[in-house]
Design a binder for this molecule. Sequence first.
Ligand code: NAI
Length: 327
Amino acid sequence: MTTPVNVTVTGAAGQIGYALLFRIASGQLLGPDVPVRLRLLEIPQGVKAAEGTAMELDDCAFPLLAGIDIFDDPRRGFDGANIALLVGARPRGPGMERGDLLEANGGIFKPQGEAINAGAAQDVRVLVVGNPANTNALIAQAHAPDVPAERFTAMTRLDHNRALSQLSAKTGAPVGDITGLTIWGNHSATQYPDVFHARVAGRPASELVDEAWLENDFIPTVAKRGAAIIAARGASSAASAANAAVDHVFDWVNGTPAGEWTSVALPSDGSYGVPEGLISSFPARSVGGRWEIVQDLEINAFSRAKIDASVAELVEEREAVKGLGLI
Ligand code: NAI
């Protein structure tokens, strides 16, 4: 057997963790020939439930699962991690202001960034799922100065998949026939799902839909889908979030299909006027195990205004966490 890849998952006892771990252990995260060793990180109160999930993982007898370890100490949890999935986060409680939320999450993502810096593998790749994902990723990255900044990403793949599904429903084309969609900006209600470079079965999507549908239907439906799921299910998206995390890491490691791209929140290099260092969602291709921002897309005035609004929110979040001394 080849050396197993160490995959650390935080929030392992949570809803997304429960949907995610079985997919990882079955080989869907990295590929059908890659053995994995799971390192589950929880807070002390979550350890017992994580042990229960680990028992179920054992009971699946997954041939690729080389071992499971459970920790409540980030230093140990991230030791040797090749892939780090940062899912556990502090949700917004009743009466909690945004500053309180950022501060509470800073208390999680700062030590986790430090632990990744101290002990993760040389090739560590980090995906932050826990919200507010972009800014949590920024905090973790700021505390891991020895890890290349580009290895810190946040998840907008669920938004991307939601946009694919909505465009498919509108046009009647299968999702597999749609390419060139992009989520820009923050994983929040200000995100901008952009269809202006999308093609549906080879035809420009902009010929198939009008601006009124984009403005009044598509964009709000994609951006508020998380809230709609909570209203319907009584709990936030879990299996679809886990699925998106699997898609994100699989493409990062194995490459995006030739000529296609997906959406990834990653540290800006200044492309498209997004301030450098901000972790913002872009059109991105994975080439040779690295994300590259797709360059030279023409941005029309409609898109420009929406990208700018979401980026402005990220700038505000960055200022807020700077003010709190978290970065
Ligand atoms: P959950 O509440 O079911 O589970 C969270 C788990 O994280 C709990 O078991 C908790 O004990 C654990 N946890 C808390 N602090 C921790 C720490 N410091 N270290 C390790 N574990 C810790 O939540 P769920 O539904 O699994 O969602 C997790 C996060 O993912 C939330 O922040 C949610 O908002 C976010 N999310 C992000 C999406 C995206 O597209 N980026 C989509 C859906 C959810």
